[in-house]
Design a protein around this ligand. Structure first.
Ligand code: THU
Length: 134
């Protein structure tokens, strides 16, 4: 597994942020992730006039990796331009545990260079994961 390139992940999450489609909430979010071979993918939130169809930045970034055949996500960054750092929502946490190991790191960062890190196991304790289907 490659060392996490947090600098590149933050830059790519900002790139996602710049493309966010959030005309209803005005709450733009970007996300970027690294996979086992070192490749980085990014995503943004994409809202919809029917509100409930909104897809978060994290889940769109994860879909980008999966579409490209990459399912082993080793690090993930969420970028916003909020004074309060933005943690992944509950739905995204469930999707994160599908593709990330329990001890992998998720970071929230903002435009001021502030950041907070979590381990996946702390974002969704006692999660239902693919291992529970075995
Ligand atoms: N949002 C994300 O993209 N990721 C999160 O983890 C939190 C929420 C988006 C969804 C919606 O477009 C907007 O932020 C406000 O909830």
């Amino acid at each position: 597994m490659k060392k996490s390139n947090w600098g590149e992940l933050k830059d790519r999450a900002k790139l996602g942020y710049d493309n966010a489609y959030a005309p209803y909430s005005q709450f733009k979010v970007g996300a970027a992730l690294q996979v086992g071979n070192g490749s980085v993918y990014h995503g943004c939130n994409v809202e919809n006039a029917s509100y409930g169809l909104t897809v978060c930045a994290e889940r769109n970034a994860i879909a980008q990796a999966v579409i490209d055949g990459q399912q082993d996500i080793t690090a993930l960054v969420v970028y916003t331009e909020q004074d309060k750092l933005t943690p992944p929502c509950g739905a995204c946490r469930q999707v994160i545990v599908e593709f990330m190991e329990q001890d992998a790191t998720v970071k929230a960062v903002n435009h001021k260079g502030e950041e907070i890190s979590w381990q996946v196991k702390d974002l969704l304790p006692n999660a239902f994961t693919p291992k529970d289907l075995k």
